[in-house]
Design a protein around this ligand. Structure first.
Ligand code: G3I
Length: 378
């Protein structure tokens, strides 16, 4: 279980400001073990990945190979987690945070009105707990992935509010104390003009759906950090400024928003300026918010040059975003949207071949992984 301290640290974290004290005995043991293994008394070097260890699903509490100063996370694909031992082993080995990619979304978790199906999400949470991995909850209020009963139903404003309240209370309450942060509101802004989307919740409830969702989530788990999460808002631009204005306003009204998630779905044709990303993070932090990179991947299909050159360029993009996070004290979490090209959402969604993640489809580390190590292990 995580440590409920003011900074929401969790016993599996490896943080910039020092590891939580409860891990020190483990670190001591690890250090000793590494010294014995190395046989030379040198400080343990942090390694780049080699072949994954023999997979174990319910490993005894292991220490991560990578003791990064940041919560390094990955989205988790449920089917892969269940069926692919190598996939599980790499998560166990490298990551301290996970995010169910789809299993906590509205359609998955409340397929019929008032009937909740937690089975798959519970399995992911259990796996995480068994391996001392934190869980980010994703997502309570989004534009899509709504069940048919909701999308096709006809509800008064009061009924829609009751549905949303019940959903949030039930889901957040179910995971109270087990989910460290929630993406409460996802992608509420248009890509331009920078207005709120006219999504289901906007039509049914109006713009208050945002503050209500934060309030209900906070009531259900006062310790969870509650995030606004969006894409194309990594740098200073119209969208990030609209989000900034919204969150500033919510904070001024004491609405319990605690973080902003910058997704970082990039392509080689879309490279946010690193200086601007850092400045953007700083302005959100100045509102008292946590900042997190929540869904990073980098599509390479639009790049030029050989595959090897594209992968080097991809690594630079990963490194730039990682570095902006690493140098922002409020940015303690960096999540990639899956870690292996084997299961990326890109192929189904964008219908093109790609290689967006730091490990290839055979689980070999790519230059992007080295870029993350170079940044976070400094
Ligand atoms: O659940 C059905 C399954 O019953 C059916 O057999 C199968 C057939 O294709 O589809 C399954 O649903 C798919 C679902 O993923 C679960 O696999 C949907 O078609 C597919 O559209 C859905 O895609 C997800 C997408 O969100 C939906 O918008 C991606 O996996 C997921 O990576 C993506 O994640 C989003 C974040 O939530 C928010 N930020 C952007 C990010 C990327 O789009």
């Amino acid at each position: 279980m995580r440590n409920r301290t003011g900074d929401h640290s969790w016993t599996g974290d490896y943080r910039r400001n020092g590891a939580p004290y409860r891990l020190w005995p483990w670190f001591g043991a690890l250090g000793l073990a590494l010294l014995l293994l190395a046989g030379c008394g040198a400080a343990p070097t942090l390694r780049t990945p080699t072949a994954p260890a023999t997979p174990t699903i319910t490993a005894t509490p292991t220490l991560k190979v990578l003791q990064t100063a940041i919560n390094l996370g990955t989205a988790v694909n449920y089917d892969a987690l269940v069926n692919d031992a190598e996939y599980r082993a790499l998560i166990q080995r490298y990551f301290t945070t996970t995010v169910p990619e789809n299993e906590m979304k509205f359609d998955a978790i409340e397929p019929q009105q008032g009937t909740f199906d937690f089975a798959k999400a519970d399995a992911i949470v259990r796996f995480a707990q068994e391996n001392h991995i934190a869980v980010r909850g994703h997502v309570l209020v989004a534009n899509g992935q709504l069940p048919d009963w909701l999308k096709n139903g006809s509800f008064t404003r009061d009924q829609a509010m009751a549905i949303l309240k019940n959903h949030i209370e039930t889901v957040v309450g179910h995971y109270r104390g087990q989910v460290i942060s929630w993406d409460v509101i996802n992608e509420a802004f248009l890509d331009g003009p920078w207005a709120l989307r006219n999504n289901f919740w906007m039509r049914a409830i109006g713009p208050d759906y945002i503050s209500l969702a934060f309030i209900w989530a906070h009531e259900a788990d006062p310790q969870a950090v509650l995030y606004y999460n969006d894409y194309s808002a990594e740098e200073m631009n119209g969208k990030s400024s609209a989000i900034y204005a919204l969150l500033k306003n919510l904070r001024a009204q004491n609405i319990p928003v605690g973080g902003v998630g910058l997704e970082a779905h990039l392509t080689l044709a879309y490279h946010p300026n690193p200086t601007s990303v850092a400045a953007n993070m700083a302005r959100f932090a100045a509102l008292g918010l946590e900042v997190a990179i929540t869904e990073m991947d980098v599509q390479i299909y639009q790049g030029s040059g050989t595959q090897a050159q594209r992968l080097q360029e991809q690594a630079r993009y990963y490194g730039d975003i990682a570095s902006a996070c690493h140098h922002t004290p409020a940015c303690k979490t960096f999540v990639i949207w899956g870690f292996t090209d084997k299961y990326s959402w890109i192929y189904d969604y964008w219908k093109h071949a790609d290689a967006p993640l730091p490990f290839d489809a055979s689980y070999a580390p790519k230059p992007a992984w080295q870029a993350l190590l170079d940044t976070f292990l400094k």
